[in-house]
Every structure is written in C-alpha cells, then in structure tokens.
Write a protein that binds this ligand. Structure first.
Ligand code: G4P
Length: 530
C-alpha cells in the first residue's frame, strides 16, 4: 500500500458516535444519515433496533434472530468522498460500560438534544466521557418542527449544565410550534421549512449578504423578521467567535437546529459536520503515541459481545483500527498473550449484516471472531509490546449478590461469572469467608444484571439467584491506618475484594464514604481500581 493511498484513506474517514438521552431522536437521525449515504435499505433495520430498548427480552430475541449484536452495530457508509463510521451507543435507559467504551473508539461525537427538553440526565453522563477524552462535540438540536425552548436559553443550558461554550451555525425562526426554518449564519441564507412533504429542501439566499435583506422581510413577515434581525445581531455581538481550534479541542460546540423526522437540516448538518470533524488522529499506547499513518498495523479491542445465536456460539471482539492497513489473514502480536494471532475471519458490521472484509483502515471498526482469547483493551499490532491504555474502568453504581439456584451447578456458575467478568460485562467481588458459590457483582447500569441472568441461563444453563444490594459506591483502599476489617465504618458498609484481591469498600451513599474518612484518620479511598 502506497503511503499516499493510506493518507488518502485516513483523511476521508470520520468515525463518530451519537450521544443522547432516550427519545431525543437518535434512531431517527441515524436513519436519515444512512439515507443520505444511499443505504436506504438500512432504514428499516435501524427502526427495528428501536424495539431493543422496550424490554430486555425483546432485545435478546432480536440478538438471537439476527445472530449479531444489535446493541453494538457499526454502520459504515460513503458520502461525497467521505467514509463514515457511525458507532451506535445503546439506547437503553440504563448505561452500561459498553456505552462508555464505545466512545473511546470514536473520534468525535454528535450530541443530540430534544429542543423542548434541552440537556437531559443521560446526555450529561455521556458528555462527560467525551469531555474526558477531549473529542470534538457537535450539537444537533432536534424536533424544531414542534414548540421548543428558547434558543438562547438552550445555549445557556449548554454552558451552565455542561460547561461548554457554543456557536450556532444556524438559528431557528419560530420556536413556539410555528417553525419557519433556519437562518444559516455562514451562508447568510434562510432555509425554509415546509413541513413533512418537501423535506425542507427550499433555500432562499440573501442577495445582500446580510440578515436585513428585504427579501427576507417579505418572506418571513412579522414578527418573525424583526425578531430574527434582533437575535442575529445579538449573536454576532455577544456570542462566541467561531474557532475551529476550540471545536477540535472540545471547548466549543457548533450547534445545528433541525428536525430529523422531517429531514429538515440533516443534509446541511452532515456536510458541515464532515468538513469540521477530524479524521482519525494519534492514539496513546502507554508511553508511545501511534499516528494513523504509521505503516505498522495497530488496533485495540473496545467491546466484546457474545453471540446470542445458539447455532453459532461465538463471540465477536470489536476492534478499532488506529494505524496502518488491516488485511484479512494478517498475523499480529496480541498484548494479552505471548502467541501471535492470525486475523482470519474479520467482519465488518454494516447495520445487522455481517460482511467479510479484506482490507480496512484507521478509523474503521471490525468484528473479529473471538475463540475466547480477547479482553477489553487488548492491542493487536504488527509492532510487538504495545498496550492500549485509553479505556478507563468506570465505577459500578449498582451491586447485587449472586449465586446459582442449583448448588450442583457450581462449576458452570463459576465459569460463566468468570467469562462475563473477563468480557467486562460485570465487575466481580468476593466477600471474605464466603466460598465460590456466591459473589457480589457490580454493574454500571442495572440492565447488566438482567443480561447476566439471561446469559448464564442460556449459555451455561445456570439459573441465578440475584439479590440486589442498596450499595451505590465502590471505593478501593489506597492506604489504611488499620486492617480493612478493623476499620470504623457504618454498619451498612461492606468489605469485599476485587478479582485481583484488592480490598474494596461498598457504601450506600456519599455520607457513609465521608464518615469512613472522618472516623479513620489516614484512610485514603479511590473510585478507580489500582
Ligand atoms: P431515540 O432513538 O433517541 O430514542 O429516539 P427516536 O428516534 O426513536 O425518536 C423518539 C420519538 O421522537 C419518535 O416518536 C420519533 O418519531 C420522534 N422524533 C424524532 N425526531 C423528531 C423530530 O424531528 N420532530 C418530531 N416532532 N418528532 C421527532 P414516537 O412517537 O416515539 O415513535 P414513532 O411513532 O415515530 O415510531
């Protein structure tokens, strides 16, 4: 592969995730983006995924029927010379670590808000992960065809709740349920909204190049015209300057108003987004920084998904390519083992279809058949000795005591729990003095308990007894004035050990965390595992 060609492939790639609170319109927007890419036949499949979040059992059913994970699809399509990878983050009410890890594989994020609701709880959580990584965040404010919050107060909310400055690329006209369209600030044109039928394609340009063009006055009428002129003046005067450097550092978010359902604003958004969003950049593997144009192939595993189809008991490891060229059948070093690995059955995950691939480039995600050798963060590279360090472990917020209903199934129970812990689906703790027939399991989202129950039954034939615990915080003991079991703690605080034998305290609330610190001078706690 000529160097120039690799450069060209990198330059044209955009790998991003859409983050949003359920119901903001992520399924709808994804579908519209795919339609732009000419992947029309996929629209239905995206819609079908929506069923996923209604009930866990539905979701499992879908997984089974398709034989591929619907929660972790990667959709690739081409548009105007760009190669676009959309990473799907599950739309469940509950967060799992998967969602966060997926963001590590993305180079930028689209934050989708419902114009009537603004910044919602799950948007905040996901935003913070993007912030941690300092990736660019593009905001699409959706459902403008309906009454929405005032656009200035939406900008204020972005700043107050998320702490990010914003730059509106366009500005909505009529936000009381009387949506007329948007004013495109850069092109100085009004893009008119005609409702469902015309898909908002009509564009009226200013002949004068300013918002006070009489053409607009006639077109919009009052009070819309005067209000627009006023608001644009205010924005130009008091708003932030556009600064691509700040956008790329995640300090300023470009804001687009639109309506995914009617397709209004989706096309202009996609085009601006593609121009501004970065192609794959360098990634840190410990001390080493690897550039995408490095001819040596490097990728890391960010997600492992067991296949629910009983006919194919396989697992898929999702790998994000960071440098060089991936070729089917290539032999690589694997950070998790001493042995070389041949990447013989790579799969590209296009919506729900598996497609075998021959070649892939930085920014692409491929599914690798996993005979049980891969772990989260594993690095695959033609360069030996590399280990990806960019996937943080997220503190569990929900805990449960689990055991097998049938004590005769202890062996399978242990195997299943160990397997799921290795996949990163759950965190496993042991209570002192309790044998391997019972564990304390931690999860980032409560849905993970249901997945655990389902998978143990289906893959290991073990019926689980799950007893939810009231604890909400796990803290590792960094240094302690006494043996962990001698500490002065509230009666509800539980001492457990993580998979590596480190002592961990589980607390019901922040108050008991502080209590432990106050009553035990010199006790140092951390919410990150050592
Ligand atoms: P999600 O994946 O983020 O959870 O949201 P999804 O796209 O499923 O959209 C949630 C609801 O919001 C859907 O309505 C969808 O049609 C609607 N919606 C999405 N974009 C827009 C928009 O731009 N304007 C308006 N007015 N509505 C929008 P639903 O009634 O829950 O489902 P359905 O009847 O469309 O199946």
């Amino acid at each position: 592969m000529a160097e120039a060609e690799l450069m060209k492939e990198i330059e044209r790639r955009r790998t991003f995730a859409i983050i949003s609170h359920p119901d903001a319109g992520k399924t709808t927007l994804t579908e519209k983006l795919l339609l732009y890419g000419g992947a029309i036949h996929m629209a239905g499949s995206v819609k079908a995924r929506k069923a996923a979040r209604h009930a866990v059992s539905d979701w499992m059913e879908i997984e089974k029927q398709r034989g591929i994970s619907v929660t972790s699809s990667v959709m690739q399509f081409q548009y105007q010379g760009y190669c676009i990878n959309i990473l799907d983050t599950p739309g469940h009410q509950d967060f799992s670590e998967d969602t966060y890890r997926t963001l590590v594989a993305a180079d930028s994020a689209v934050m989708l808000l419902d114009g009537a609701k603004g910044v919602e709880a799950q948007t905040i959580k996901l935003f913070h992960v993007c912030r941690m990584r300092q990736i660019p965040i593009f905001t699409f404010i959706n459902k403008m065809d309906r009454a929405s919050k005032d656009p200035f107060s939406l900008m204020q909310e972005l700043e107050d709740v998320l702490g990010i400055r914003s730059y509106p690329i366009n500005w909505p006209i009529g936000t009381d349920g009387d949506f007329k369209g948007v004013y495109n600030r850069q092109l100085r044109q009004i893009e008119l909204f005609y409702g469902d039928q015309s898909h908002g394609q009509a564009i009226v340009s200013s002949t004068r190049g300013t918002v006070d063009d009489p053409v607009f006055k006639e077109l919009l009428g009052e009070p819309y015209y005067s209000r627009l002129v006023e608001e644009i003046e205010l924005l130009d005067m008091a708003g932030d300057e556009f600064d691509l450097g700040k956008v790329l550092k995640g300090e300023l978010t470009p804001v687009f108003f639109g309506s995914a359902m009617t397709n209004f604003g989706v096309g202009p958004f996609l085009e601006d987004f593609l121009k501004m969003a970065p192609p794959p950049g360098p990634r840190a593997f410990g001390e080493q920084i690897i550039s995408p144009e490095d001819p040596n192939f490097t990728g890391f595993v960010f997600k492992i998904q067991a296949n629910m189809n009983p006919n194919h008991r396989d697992r898929i490891a999702f790998m994000r390519i960071c440098s060089g060229v991936f070729r089917r059948g290539m032999q690589v070093h694997h950070s998790g083992s001493e042995k070389p690995v041949r990447l013989a059955q790579p799969q590209q995950l296009m919506a729900q279809e598996r497609e075998s691939i021959e070649v892939a480039y930085p920014g692409d995600i491929i599914g690798l058949f996993d005979p049980g050798i891969f772990r989260i963060s594993d690095t695959l590279s033609t360069t030996p000795g590399l280990t990806f360090t960019g996937i943080p472990s997220f503190p569990a917020e929900h805990f449960a005591r689990v055991s097998a209903k049938d004590t005769m199934k202890r062996k399978q129970f242990l195997k299943g729990i160990t397997q799921l812990a290795q996949e990163g689906a759950i965190q496993v703790y042991k209570q002192p003095d309790i044998g391997v027939e019972e564990f304390v399991v931690g999860a980032v989202g409560v849905l993970q308990f249901e997945v655990l129950e389902y998978r143990l039954k289906n893959e290991y034939s073990v019926d689980l007894k799950i007893q939810r615990l009231p604890h909400r915080h796990a803290r590792w003991i960094v240094s302690s004035p006494a043996e962990p079991d001698q500490l002065n703690l509230t009666s509800s605080t539980m001492l457990v050990h993580d998979g590596r034998g480190n002592p961990v305290l589980l607390f019901e609330n922040e108050w008991s965390v502080n209590w432990a610190r106050d009553k035990n001078k010199g006790l140092e706690l951390s919410d990150i595992s050592p």
